[in-house]
Design a protein around this ligand. Structure first.
Ligand SMILES: Cc1cc2nc3c(=O)[nH]c(=O)nc-3n(C[C@H](O)[C@H](O)[C@H](O)COP(=O)(O)OP(=O)(O)OC[C@H]3O[C@@H](n4cnc5c(N)ncnc54)[C@H](O)[C@@H]3O)c2cc1C
Length: 447
């Protein structure tokens, strides 16, 4: 095989967080050629804040993406707690989330504007491997590979396709047309803006969730001097008020409505909202877990939001996507002994995808089950989510305070999500496979 012949051609549909992390990971394999096909004609600064937990940050570090971990590109809490829960009316700290096993401060949860995290990843991917304006519409698998067809009438072929095209993934729709997303009824109202707009406002340094019985508010610093405010509300998705019947992701929201939702809240919350210059709406969509993430005769794998439509729960989507990408690299490295001139066989590629899936899908299924439980658990039996009027404006009683405290204290511990060790998971999967193989080799009489 001559040196210019790739050992494996990998196409990635979607150049978001998962797609770029996959490109960075898979380009480490010798002789592999990676191309990304992204529907957007250009990368624009849309979106708002994104949090990356210790799991995602450790993985980025292993991948050499040190620029993303730098303070200033992102922001971490000054205090020891990566999440702070405050009483909506008094501002009293009700509880904290603290990392369990994070010794390096660089691995503590970091908050970014999504566009800045994206830009940091982009620095590690050669521009000429990213093909913009390429919206995948369908996929064909052939005996010797896979072909992607784009909406502009062109196509591209590869040995392996990674579907990293997000929540509304076309690759997923192609292979699992029956999979449906549904609106959970939650609509986030998000804004990011320059922190200098808050001159004169007195607010705590560390990001916090302000919690009321029916609603919460989040504020926090992001990298590059940005600041975010996140409010929101829940309606009955099967019967939303007219205003929200046709709400779309990134639609302009009403600032007045946002401020009205938080009337009677602590003066800090109201001042932050007074200074918030705009708000955009993000209806929260989720779907059931998939039975598999591997399709197309073992030549197609889904990663990131394409694979797990978990509805953004626990702010885990970015880190899950990064860990998916890394697991794919670990699996390919494991099954494919890389001499410079060897191509992996289709059976090896399929084997790698199975190991990848066994590493990631059970973990993500647990995350999705908890997310589902959280949404359902917030409602009384038989109760449907409805849009609450601004009932929190009443003075809260001691009893309300106790209930709120009990509610916060009963939240699930999510350290197993944001401190998950993808490498340890992968090792466990490989060991389990090795013992299975060993057992299968033993004659029945010895079992
Ligand atoms: C523009 C944008 C802004 C976001 N803002 C936030 C935010 O503020 N906060 C937050 O927590 N999460 C945000 N998300 C979601 C968040 O990035 C993901 O939940 C998480 O990072 C997992 O990343 P992902 O790469 O799987 O999905 P995404 O980040 O959604 O990336 C998917 C990529 O695939 C592309 N794509 C989609 N369909 C096709 C197709 N058919 N063919 C080719 N390419 C396709 C998309 O344009 C996108 O670049 C945003 C996503 C996008 C696309």
């Amino acid at each position: 095989m001559d040196e210019s012949t790739p050992t494996l051609r990998i196409a990635i549909s979607g150049a978001g967080i998962a797609g770029l992390a996959a490109a960075i990971s898979l380009r480490r394999l010798p002789g592999v050629v990676v191309n990304l096909y992204e529907q957007a004609a250009a990368f624009r600064e849309i979106g708002a804040s994104i949090g990356i937990g210790p799991n995602g940050l450790r993985t980025l570090e292993k991948l050499g993406v040190h620029n993303a971990l730098r303070e200033g590109v992102c922001v971490r809490q000054k205090g020891r707690h990566h999440q702070v829960y405050r009483h909506w009316q008094t501002g009293e700290i009700l509880d904290y989330d603290t990392h369990r096993a994070v010794t390096d401060p660089l691995h503590a949860t970091a908050r970014f504007h999504r566009a800045h995290l994206h830009a940091a990843l982009l620095e590690h991917v050669p521009v000429d491997t990213i093909h913009l304006g390429k919206r995948t519409t369908r996929v064909a698998t052939t005996d010797d590979g896979v072909v992607l067809f784009f909406s502009d009438g062109t196509s591209a072929s590869a040995d392996l396709l990674v579907g990293a095209d997000g929540l509304h993934s076309s690759v997923r729709k192609w292979f699992v047309p029956q999979h449906k997303l549904h609106w959970t009824g939650w609509v986030a109202m998000r804004s990011t803006f320059d922190e200098s707009l808050l001159d004169g406002v007195d607010f705590p340094h560390d990001a916090a969730h302000w919690v009321a019985p029916h609603r919460s508010f989040f504020h926090g610093r992001l990298g590059h001097g940005q600041f975010t405010t996140v409010g929101g509300f829940t309606v009955d998705p099967s019967n939303p008020p007219d205003t929200y019947k046709n709400v779309h992701w990134n639609d302009e929201g009403s600032l007045q409505r946002l401020r009205d939702l938080y009337k009677g809240w602590h003066p800090t919350v109201q001042s932050l909202l007074e200074k918030t210059p705009y708000t955009r709406l993000y209806p929260n969509m989720a779907g059931d877990p998939l039975d598999t993430w591997v399709y197309g005769n073992g030549r197609v794998a889904l990663i990131g939001d394409a694979a797990h439509t978990h509805g953004g729960a626990f702010a885990a989507g970015g880190s899950l996507a990064i860990d998916d990408a890394y697991a794919l690299l670990l699996a390919l490295q494991h099954v494919w002994p890389q001499q410079p001139d060897t191509r992996p066989t289709p059976a090896q590629v399929y084997h790698a995808l199975r190991l990848f899936e066994a590493t990631r899908r059970p973990h993500v299924a647990k995350v999705m089950a908890l997310a589902r439980h959280q949404i359902i658990g917030k409602l009384a039996p038989g109760e449907k989510a409805k849009e609450p009027e601004v009932e929190e404006t009443a003075e809260s009683s001691v009893d309300d305070h106790e209930k709120l405290l009990a509610f916060i204290k009963s939240r699930p511990d999510t350290a197993w999500i944001n401190e998950h060790d993808v490498e340890a998971s992968f090792r466990a999967v490989v060991e389990a496979e090795a013992s299975r193989v060993e057992r299968d080799r033993l004659p029945q009489s010895q079992l």
